[in-house]
Design a protein around this ligand. Structure first.
Ligand code: FAD
Length: 592
C-alpha cells in the first residue's frame, strides 16, 4: 500500500528550496506554503484512494487491443474521469484556456505522487500535458482555441508521436510525410511505441506528430510538427468525422501493462487530416522546448518508483522475522530490519530517493524562476541552470531508480522474486524510464555536448562555485552535519576536476569524452544530490528542538548515511571520468 510522502515533499518544497518565496513573483502571488500543502494533500487522497488500488490490477490485466480500438485496463477509464473532474489535468496549464497556475515545483511533486501510485496511469496526463505545453508554446490562436480547453479540462487526451521503426534516438531518420491540401495537410506514416496512442477513456485523442512536409530537406532541419486529431473537430468545437488514424497493435512488454504502447497508422488511404504547428521545418525545435518538462517528468518516475519500492520493502522488513540480529532487541523476536545489511539496503533506498527528489524539485524550481521572474537576466540564468540539470535528473534518477527497485526485491528475499508480493512489478515498471524520452546515453550526450561544451563549462562552473560557497558557509555545529558537509565538499571537488578533464577531452578527443559521458552524468547526480543533502542536514539540525524532532533526526541520519555509503560513488566515478576513456576508445568493436 502506497502512502504519499507528504512530510518529505513539504520539507523539500518549503524548507530546502523555500518555494513559498515564489509568491513574490506576480504570477504566483496567490501561492503559499498552505496552498502547496492543500494541493499535495488532495493529490495524496486521489493517489492513495484511486490510483494505488488499480496499480496491480493494471499490471495483471493491462490494456487490450481490439479491432475497434484499445480498451483501457479495468478501472482506468473511471480513474481518468475522476482525475479530470478533480481538476488535476488543469494543474500548471495556461489559465486563459482553463488551466490552473501553480509552480512547476509543486506540479512536479504531484507528478511524483502519481508516478509512485500508478506509473502506467501517470503517463496519460503527463503526455496530455506535454501536448498542451507544445500547443501553448507554438500553436496558432485558432489552434489554441480549438484544442487547448478540452485537453486542459481532461475531456480529451494528447500524445507525443515521434518514433518510427528506423527513427528512435535518431529523429533525423523520420520518414512520415505530409502533403499540403488547402488549409491543412494529409499525413501518411507509421509510428511505433506511442504511449496511450489509443484508448477508450476519452472521446478524442489529439496526436502531436513529427513528419516531413513533402520536399522538405533531409535531416533534422526538415521535420515539422502537426496536430492530428483521432476524431476531427468542427469549428464550434463539436466532434466531426473519424480521421484516418488507427492503432494497428499494442506491444506486449516488460512493465507498465496498463499503458497502451501503440503502433499507429496515419493515413491508410487518403491521408490523415493534419494541421501544421508554427512554421514548417521547425518541428524538432518546438518539440525540444517542451521536452525539458517531459524529461523532468520522466526523471522523477525513476525515484518515484524507488520511493514506492522503499515503502514496500521497509514494511516487509519490519514484519519478517529471520535470523538473530547481532544486537539483541528488547521486544522479543527481532525482524530483519535489525540486521545491519537490511538497514544498509533500506538506507540506500531512502537516502538516494531523498537526494534525487531534492535535485528534481530544485530543477523544477529553476524552471519557475526561468518562466516567471520579472528580471530578464535572472530568468536566463535560471533557464541555463535548469537546462544543465534536466539531463542529469532524467539520467541519474532513472538509473538509480532501477538500482533501488532491485534492492527492494533483495530486502524481500525470495518473496521479492514472486509476483504476488508486488515488489517485482516495480522492477519491471521502472525499467523503461532510462529508455523513453531519450536513453541515458542520449541524455549524457546532451549534457556534455549542449550543456557543457557549448559554453566551455561556464554554467557548470557557476554551480560548482555556488555549491562550494554554500557548503563552506553551512552551520556545522551538529557533528553529523559536519561529516556530511565534508563529504559533499570532497565530492564537489571531484566533480570540478572531472569537469576540467572532460572539457579537455571535448576539445581534443570528443570520442574520449563520449566514452565517459554516462559516468560523468551519474557523477553530477550524486554530487548535486550530496550538496542538497548536506543542506537538508543543516536545516534539520537547526530544528531538532521542535515538536518534529523524530522527522529531523531521521533526516540527519539519512544524510550521514548518504555521505558515508552513497556519495563515495562520486569518487569512483570521478576516477572513471578522468582515466577510463582509453579502455573504450582503444578497443575496436570487433574485439567486443
Ligand atoms: C514503453 C515505451 C513507450 C514509449 N513511448 C513513446 C511515445 O509516447 N512517443 C514516442 O515518440 N516514442 C515513444 N517511445 C520510444 C522511445 O522514445 C524510444 O524507444 C527511445 O527514444 C530509444 O529509441 P530506440 O528504441 O529506437 O533505441 P535506439 O535509438 O536504437 O537505441 C539503442 C541503443 O543505442 C544507444 N544509442 C543510440 N544512439 C546513440 C548515440 N547517438 N550515442 C550513444 N548511444 C546511442 C541508445 O542509448 C540505446 O542504448 C516509447 C518506447 C517504449 C518502449
Amino acid at each position: 500500500m502506497y502512502r504519499a510522502p507528504l512530510r518529505d515533499l513539504r520539507f523539500v518544497l518549503d524548507e530546502l528550496l523555500e518555494t513559498p518565496a515564489l509568491a513574490q513573483l506576480p504570477d504566483f502571488s496567490d501561492y503559499s506554503s498552505e496552498v502547496g500543502e492543500s494541493i499535495l494533500g488532495e493529490a495524496a487522497k486521489f493517489a492513495e484512494g484511486v490510483l494505488d488500488p488499480l496499480n496491480k490490477k493494471g499490471d495483471t490485466q493491462g490494456a487490450r487491443w481490439t479491432p475497434e480500438g484499445v480498451v483501457s485496463a479495468p478501472g482506468f477509464r473511471e480513474a481518468y474521469r475522476q482525475c479530470a473532474e478533480g481538476g488535476w489535468t488543469q494543474l500548471g496549464s495556461d489559465p486563459e484556456y482553463g488551466g490552473q497556475s501553480a509552480p512547476q515545483a509543486v506540479a512536479t511533486a504531484v507528478q511524483e505522487i502519481w508516478a509512485s501510485a500508478n506509473l502506467a496511469f501517470k503517463l496519460c496526463p503527463m503526455l496530455t500535458h506535454a501536448a498542451v505545453h507544445a500547443l501553448e508554446l507554438s500553436g496558432s490562436p485558432e489552434q489554441k482555441r480549438k484544442f487547448l480547453p478540452k485537453l486542459i479540462n481532461g475531456e480529451w487526451t494528447g500524445t507525443m508521436v515521434l518514433t518510427e521503426p528506423q527513427a528512435g534516438s535518431d529523429l533525423a531518420q523520420i520518414r512520415s510525410r505530409a502533403v499540403p491540401e488547402g488549409d491543412h495537410y494529409r499525413l501518411f506514416g507509421q509510428k511505433i511505441f506511442i504511449t496511450w496512442g489509443d484508448h477508450d477513456s476519452t472521446s478524442n485523442i489529439i496526436h502531436m506528430v513529427l513528419a516531413r512536409v513533402e520536399g522538405a530537406p533531409s535531416g533534422v532541419r526538415g521535420i515539422s510538427l502537426f496536430i492530428v486529431p483521432k476524431v476531427l473537430v468542427n469549428d464550434d468545437g463539436s466532434l466531426g468525422e473519424r480521421n484516418e488514424v488507427r492503432c494497428v497493435s499494442i506491444e506486449h512488454k516488460l512493465g507498465i501493462h496498463a499503458s497502451p504502447t501503440c503502433v499507429m497508422a496515419y493515413g491508410d488511404r487518403h491521408g490523415a487530416v493534419a494541421y501544421l504547428v508554427g512554421e514548417a521545418n521547425r518541428g524538432l525545435e518546438y518539440m525540444f522546448v517542451m521536452m525539458n518538462a517531459a524529461r523532468l517528468s520522466v526523471g522523477l518516475e525513476g525515484y518515484a518508483m524507488g520511493e514506492r519500492a522503499f515503502q514496500h520493502a521497509s514494511e516487509y522488513a519490519r514484519t519478517r522475522v529471520q535470523g538473530k540480529p547481532p544486537v539483541a532487541q528488547p521486544d522479543g523476536p527481532a525482524s530483519i530490519i535489525h540486521h545491519p545489511d537490511i538497514k544498509r539496503m533500506l538506507l540506500t533506498m531512502k537516502s538516494t530517493v531523498e537526494a534525487c527528489r531534492a535535485v528534481a524539485l530544485y530543477a523544477a524550481y529553476q524552471l519557475d524562476i526561468a518562466n516567471h521572474h520579472p528580471d530578464e537576466q535572472t530568468r536566463a540564468a535560471a533557464q541555463a541552470r535548469a537546462d544543465l540539470l534536466i539531463p542529469i535528473v532524467k539520467g541519474w534518477c532513472t538509473e538509480t531508480g532501477n538500482q533501488l527497485t532491485g534492492i527492494g526485491v533483495q530486502v524481500h528475499g525470495g518473496m521479492g522474486f514472486v509476483e504476488e508480493t508486488g515488489a517485482a512489478q516495480y522492477v519491471r515498471d521502472v525499467r523503461i524510464t532510462t529508455i523513453y524520452e531519450g536513453t541515458t546515453g542520449i541524455q549524457s550526450n546532451d549534457l556534455i555536448g549542449r550543456k557543457i561544451a557549448r559554453d566551455g563549462g561556464a554554467v557548470m562552473s557557476q554551480l560548482l562555485s555556488e555549491m562550494t560557497r554554500e557548503l563552506q558557509e553551512l552551520d556545522v555545529s551538529n557533528s553529523a552535519t559536519k561529516l556530511t558537509r565534508q563529504a559533499a565538499l570532497e565530492a564537489v571537488g571531484s566533480l570540478k576536476d572531472s569537469t576540467a578533464s572532460l572539457l579537455q577531452a571535448l576539445s581534443s578527443r570528443p570520442d574520449a569524452a563520449m566514452a565517459v559521458s554516462v559516468p560523468y552524468l551519474m557523477l553530477c547526480g550524486y554530487v548535486i544530490g550530496g550538496w542538497l543533502t548536506a543542506r537538508a542536514s543543516a536545516i534539520a539540525a537547526a530544528n531538532l528542538q521542535g515538536a518534529d524532532k523524530a522527522f529531523y533526526d531521521a533526516k540527519i541520519h539519512t544524510a550521514r548515511f548518504y555521505a558515508q555509503q552513497v556519495l563515495p560513488n562520486a569518487i569512483a566515478l570521478a576516477r572513471v571520468v578522468q582515466g577510463g576513456a582509453e579502455s573504450v576508445i582503444d578497443t575496436d568493436a570487433a574485439l567486443i
